[in-house]
Design a binder for this molecule. Structure first.
Ligand code: PLP
Length: 284
């Protein structure tokens, strides 16, 4: 299984594609991205990811010129060109190429589009996670999936050095999200998530999990919760596109959750079924 890359119309092995020196993504992280897992050449929840991508570039006024349908066709064409198997499908747009200057480049400068597919392994739903906490020192436009990921990169490294899998970012007492996941909890029979405001990414996995809970008549609460409440949760959930919905068993070395295994299992099973139905890959 090989990776496949795309940059402004050129398609080839990622090792052979290059990005111009003046791409604003390099200097300013002036771009937005999205990503999902593709199996059997089918990206999961592609329309949701494309909708979020459009929200992202519109929020930061990048003049991305393709329609949703054109982008969809292009991404599906790339998915059709790779070998069978599971891939991460990633794409980003930047505010074009121009001499370095903070303000936008001259009107008419076209946005750049980069995409790639790389073989990936999805984390099994049965895998448990260890979390650590960290004050959320990121910006306040976290609903936009920007390329400015330096704080997330630093946290990811610290998490790895501490033998953990994800972080629980918090602003003061209030839980926000992970460096590449949303953090939810089960409490008293309800699925609880921080609200989709500017302090978290509106995760597509989070969205599907909330939908599934409503279908299963599990009450859903989209309200802020505190670290202390998370430590007392019946189950602590970590969601993202490449591992879907895993449970955490530890935060900062202290045991958490483990009090609602049946509810957890019913959500995970329903998620696995939804995923399998769309991409034909049994993941449980
Ligand atoms: N939060 C952050 C900061 C992320 O980077 C991601 C995924 O990359 C998520 C949450 C989960 O989003 P999704 O479920 O769409 O993958």
């Amino acid at each position: 299984m090989k990776s496949l890359g795309y940059y402004n119309g050129k398609i080839g092995p990622v090792e052979e594609l290059t990005v111009p020196f003046t791409d604003r993504g390099l200097y300013f992280g002036d771009g937005v991205y999205d990503a999902t897992c593709a199996a059997n050449h089918i990206p999961f929840a592609l329309d949701d990811h494309i909708d979020r991508f459009f929200n992202s570039f519109q929020a930061v006024r990048i003049p991305f010129a393709m329609s949703k349908q054109e982008l969809r066709d292009l991404l599906l064409d790339l998915c059709a060109r790779v070998d069978d198997g599971v891939y991460l499908l990633y794409w980003h747009t930047t505010r074009g190429c121009a001499a370095r200057g903070h303000a936008f480049p001259p009107e008419g400068t076209p946005a750049n589009l980069l995409a790639y597919l790389a073989p990936c392994e999805m984390t099994p739903l049965t895998q448990t996670m260890k979390l650590m906490t960290a004050e959320d020192l990121r910006h306040h436009m976290l609903h936009v999936k920007t390329l400015n990921l330096l704080p997330n990169v630093l946290t990811a490294q610290q998490t790895k050095e501490n033998g953990c899998d994800e972080v629980v970012y918090h602003r003061g007492d209030r839980v926000t999200e992970g460096f590449h996941s949303n953090i939810l909890m089960l409490k008293d029979g309800a699925l609880c998530s921080p609200p989709a405001d500017n302090l978290i990414l509106p995760g597509i996995t989070r969205k599907h999990l909330l939908e599934i809970a409503r279908q299963l008549s599990i009450p859903v609460k989209e309200e802020p919760f505190t670290l202390a409440e998370l430590m007392e949760a019946d189950e602590v959930l970590v969601t993202n596109s490449s591992s879907l919905c895993n449970v955490a068993t530890e935060i900062d070395g202290k045991p958490v959750g483990g009090k609602a295994p049946l509810l957890l299992r019913s959500l995970q099973q329903a998620y696995a079924q939804r995923f399998n139905r769309e991409v034909g890959l049994p993941i449980l």
